[in-house]
Design a protein around this ligand. Structure first.
Ligand code: B12
Length: 526
């Protein structure tokens, strides 16, 4: 194959309303390696060009829509946009490496867009990577599609660099470590590649993205510097699917994080906020303390840390909290989940209600705002346990600025330990939000009722409850309840919920189809 002329990184819908970190990280690494790279965030571009029928389809609470045929229908209806932004700009001659960043809500659109790239540029080399490939099964189904030449599992920086160079030199992908290829009807893996050393990573490169595209109402971080200083987590909560794509916990040193911040500030002004997208930012106390020292010693950095994901841990002392505040940490998210120590133990949360109360009080007294996340209906949670949570809220609400009750109450995340131990937990084979205990003592409506009781208590206490959805609480209520009844084959009840939804969002293509199907004497839309 001739020398490489272009590497194009692609993010298909559905993803968030923010510049994709994976694309910025990979672009930074490829550029540092002297390779020609560009990016196309089709997710945000299509969000701006979406038809009326898809007004709320990009909201996170409707993300399941992208896991079924709505995704194909949407992309087909917006094929012209994909051609204009991704395919037509691809060089007609020379060679191209097109890399798609894939998660469970973008695999369908990515495969379809990749098929269109192959039709227009048969010689283009297509590589898929991303969180979706935390599950080896997904690697096989993707390669079997026949439109993807290689799948990269895990960290992709060095693999993509080596792949680009190998192809550029006319070499074979087999000569590049970290790849999964389809050969003779089977997945063939080239030598495994070690996870990236976080301190050795290149700086993020956001210049490959049109940052004005993200100036949208649902992006709460329009003037935020977004970084990710760690991969993985130090905790093993049974309900968590987010840590699954990563083994263990790796974090940048305080110095490396500080250098990233300084580098980004040297490239672009106007950042007021620092947003860590880490699932845990205080996983390594030495690193975060070192960062605080560097920032406190450098008054030129005036960034407010907002929604910083932290875990409740004994090291969050008044001394460290005061230092965090001085360094700019103005707002943290704590996973509190429940006020019952019995349920915290079942969740393997690694904290007690007493420790949570102390850390919440000391964080509040350090002048740091708090968002506290709560879950409802963990398998095994009794009404008595839930009453303990309400009593806990009664004690700690003065310290908490924003209560974030999970809008899915508790999701059976496919890769969570909880999902892998359903039998032991007495959970039926229900899907992520609508699962139930086999004895029906814990169902979606029971979890909904606990959430509503929790929400009423917050109103009585005058505490603030975060809407936490992109569309609206009411739309989310009718959308979720409609899907639940449809899932339970209670089509009349589902139709009733969908009519309520359409009264608020009459243009919704998907809900209109679902209502029609539910009214058609019991044939479910899905
Ligand atoms: C941060 C984050 C977000 C942020 C995005 C921040 C940003 N600016 O990009 C926000 C909050 C916006 C977000 C949104 C969503 N998220 Co999210 N998110 C994450 C999180 C915690 C980290 C992902 C990340 O940015 N990592 C940083 C980058 C650098 O790492 P990376 O993406 O893994 O990329 C590396 C490799 O994967 C690989 N790679 C990635 N892309 C490519 C492409 C190629 C070609 C190659 C070769 C390699 C490669 O190389 C990269 C560098 O090493 C993950 C959890 C996790 N463990 O991954 C969940 C996660 C990815 N999210 C998930 C989902 C489903 C979503 C949503 C689509 C839907 C939803 N219901 O939440 C929404 C989007 C909808 C919406 N409207 O918001 C799921 C995906 C499940 C799956 N197995 O696919 C995860 C795993 C969470 C979970 N609990 O399951 N998310």
């Amino acid at each position: 194959m001739a020398a490489l002329t272009r590497i194009v990184l692609v993010q298909c819908p559905q993803w968030g309303f923010v510049p994709p970190l994976a694309l910025a990280q990979l672009a930074g690494s490829l550029k540092d390696a002297g390779l020609p790279v560009g990016a196309v965030d089709l997710n945000i571009k299509l969000y701006h060009e979406r038809g009326e029928g898809y007004r709320h389809a990009f909201s996170w609470e409707q993300s399941n829509l992208w896991r079924d045929e709505l995704a194909d229908r949407f992309l087909e209806e917006h094929r012209e946009v994909v051609a204009r932004l991704l395919i037509d700009p691809l060089p007609m001659t020379g060679s191209v490496l097109v890399g798609f960043s894939v998660n469970q809500c973008s695999i369908r659109t990515s495969l379809l867009a990749a098929r269109w790239v192959k039709e227009a540029r048969p010689e283009a080399f297509i590589a898929f990577g991303g969180q979706w490939y935390a599950d080896p099964e997904n690697t096989e189904t993707t390669l079997e599609s026949g439109v993807v030449d290689a799948v990269v599992c895990g960290d992709g920086e060095q693999t993509l660099i080596d792949l680009a160079r190998t192809l550029g030199d006319g070499g074979r992908p087999e000569d590049c470590a970290g790849l999964h290829l389809w050969r003779g009807g089977n997945v063939v893996a080239t030598p495994e590649r070690a996870p990236a050393d976080m301190d050795a990573l290149s700086f993020l490169d956001y210049s490959v993205l049109d940052l004005d595209d993200y100036k949208v109402p649902d992006n709460l971080y329009q003037d935020a510097l977004m970084i990710m200083a760690s991969r993985g987590c130090v905790r093993r909560c049974t309900f968590c699917g987010s840590r699954y794509p990563w083994e263990g916990f790796r974090s940048m040193s305080g110095r490396r994080i500080y250098d990233e911040i300084k580098h980004q500030l040297s490239l672009r002004g106007g950042y007021n906020i620092l947003k860590f997208y880490d699932i845990v930012t205080n996983g390594n106390i030495r690193h975060i303390s070192e960062l605080c020292d560097l920032l406190i010693a450098d008054p030129s950095v005036k960034l407010e840390w907002r929604e910083t994901n932290c875990i409740v841990r004994p090291e969050m002392t008044p001394t460290l909290l005061a230092k965090l505040r001085k360094a700019g940490c103005a707002h943290v998210n704590y996973g509190i989940e429940t006020g019952s120590n019995r349920v915290l133990k079942l969740m393997r949360k690694g904290q007690t209600a007493e420790l949570a109360e102390r850390v919440l009080r000391d964080t509040h007294e350090a002048g740091i705002e708090i968002t506290a996340n709560f879950l409802f209906g963990y398998p095994g949670e009794t009404e008595e346990d839930f009453e303990e949570t309400l009593a806990f809220v009664g004690r700690v609400h003065p310290y908490i600025d924003i209560f974030y009750p999970s809008r899915t109450f508790i999701t059976m995340e496919p890769y969570s330990d909880m999902a892998r131990h359903k039998d032991e937990l007495g959970v039926d084979d229900g899907v992520d939000v609508f699962w139930a205990l086999k004895d029906r003592s814990n169902t979606y409506p029971i979890r909904l009722a606990r959430y509503e009781k929790f929400s009423r208590l917050l109103k009585e206490l005058g505490a603030f409850e975060s809407p936490g959805v992109n569309s609206s609480l009411e739309l989310n209520h009718w959308h979720s309840l409609g899907r639940y009844h449809e899932y339970e084959k209670e089509f009349d009840k589902a139709a009733g919920c969908y009519r309520k939804y359409l009264a608020l969002d009459p243009g919704s293509q998907d809900i209109r189809c679902r209502l029609e199907a539910c009214e058609n004497a019991g044939i479910p839309a899905r």
